[in-house]
Design a protein around this ligand. Structure first.
Ligand code: GUN
Ligand code: ZN
Length: 401
């Protein structure tokens, strides 16, 4: 059957909370004349959405914009993640999180747990009670974050094993070994992950890759033997068909080919890529090479649990257009030194560096207004108070939001 089937006048027969038949309304009505009908004409009934990358301990910090990855982790995300050491707080957050998933139409998710085993167990308990299909795991890091988020290799192995035994394949739950990213994991921790993957041949693996250029630069120092980001995970056999890696914005052609070869999936997180100014994901290059791609919200880097990209697109397409116009005027291979004014639709004379596009006063105001209007329409009033910056974002011509 086709991957997507659409019924213009569809019907869904539900018996005792379970979907029994999906098809044409008329046919279902005729076959079940006594069934009570709820009329949803004018709306859509969709299957549950799948979020391939989202962080449960970040659900309360959605919308803090204006920082790039490492700065945002330090100032916003990690202080909140450290609060998960309080089991009661983690339990409340887990309930809030699974409720947020369901209320945004997401019924399956691959979720970054907490750095603490107890807090991660709370997520599994909340997920189990909710009936959602959740794969998750305790986040593993042993350097360069706040010290209270670090865990030794032996404890990481013990805690992960206990969680796998307790939750993997319990109902709809699955375990995913979760090294946060190569930047915060030493080689001993990556060895632990390799061991866990080998001990449990059907658990998943999730991590981040090629998200931010500063992060990538640091890795060249931390893993000087590695020829690129993916090579770090490859050395510990962490890139395979059971792995989902988030972002991969700054991937080389060789990395993309190797991901396709091993069947590693990429979680594309457009909302987060834009909000953290990480860059634009080269989706076309991945699809053409045969890499499996899925969508992730990456909350709280992403600003919404809503999987459809409408907010992102409405707010951010003008930024891409501006970049496209910039390159059209400067031409291929030429140094891009001027800003394309969104309001006047022509090059303005504000000089800027090629690597840090810096829009002129008109563009900046116009982009900001468009973003705020889009957010306001979607009911995200809180975001009106957040800081908006586009200075760190770079675009390439073949990119997609
Ligand atoms: N890289 C390491 N940790 C994180 C995180 O929490 N969010 C994002 N977007 N990238 C990361
Ligand atoms: Zn993430």
């Amino acid at each position: 059957p086709a991957a997507l089937t659409c019924h213009q006048d569809g019907g869904l027969l539900v018996d005792n909370g379970r979907v029994v038949v999906c098809g044409e309304y008329g046919a279902i009505r005729d076959a079940h004349p006594s069934a009570a009908t709820i009329d949803w004409r004018g709306g859509f009934i969709l299957p549950g959405l799948i979020d391939a990358h989202v962080h449960f301990p970040q659900v309360r910090i959605i919308g803090a914009m204006g920082r790039t990855l490492l700065d945002w982790l330090d100032a916003v995300a990690l202080p909140e993640e450290a609060r998960m050491t309080d089991r009661g707080y983690a339990a409340e957050t887990a309930k809030l999180f699974v409720h947020a998933l369901a209320s945004h139409g997401t019924t399956t998710a691959l979720v970054f747990g907490a750095h603490f085993a107890d807090a991660t167990a709370e997520l599994f308990e909340a997920a189990s009670a909710s009936g959602l299909r959740i794969a998750s795991g305790m986040v593993l890091s042993d350097r360069l974050l706040r010290p209270e988020l670090h865990v030794g290799a032996e404890q990481a192995y013990r805690d992960s094993t206990t969680l796998i035994e307790r939750y993997h394949k319990r109902g709809r739950l699955r375990y995913a070994v979760t090294p946060r990213f190569a930047y915060s994991t030493t080689e001993s921790m990556l060895e632990v992950c390799q061991q866990l993957m080998s001990d449990h041949p059907d658990v998943l693996l999730q991590t981040h890759i090629n998200e931010n250029s500063t992060e990538i630069g640091e890795l060249a120092r931390l893993f000087s033997w590695a020829r690129d980001y993916l090579a770090i995970y490859e050395r510990y056999q962490l890139s395979g068909a059971r792995s989902v890696m988030a972002h991969n914005i700054h991937a080389t052609s060789s990395e993309i080919a190797r991901l396709a070869d091993k069947g590693t999936a990429i979680a594309h997180c457009p909302g987060s890529n834009a909000a953290l100014g990480s860059g634009c994901f080269p989706l076309r290059r991945h699809i053409d090479a045969g890499v499996r791609c899925a969508l992730g919200t990456d909350v709280g880097g992403g600003r919404s649990m809503q999987l459809d990209c409408c907010i992102c697109r409405r707010a951010l397409v003008p930024r891409q257009l501006a970049s496209r116009r910039r390159s059209e005027i400067s031409g291929p291979g030429k140094r891009q030194t001027s800003c394309i004014c969104v309001r006047r639709r022509e090059a303005c004379w504000k000089r800027q560096s090629a690597t840090r596009p810096n829009p002129c006063r008109h563009c900046h105001r116009s982009l900001r207004l468009q973003a705020l209007r889009a957010f306001a329409k979607c009911g995200w009033k809180a975001l009106l108070y957040s800081r908006w910056t586009i200075a760190e974002c770079r675009f390439k011509d073949d990119d997609t939001c």
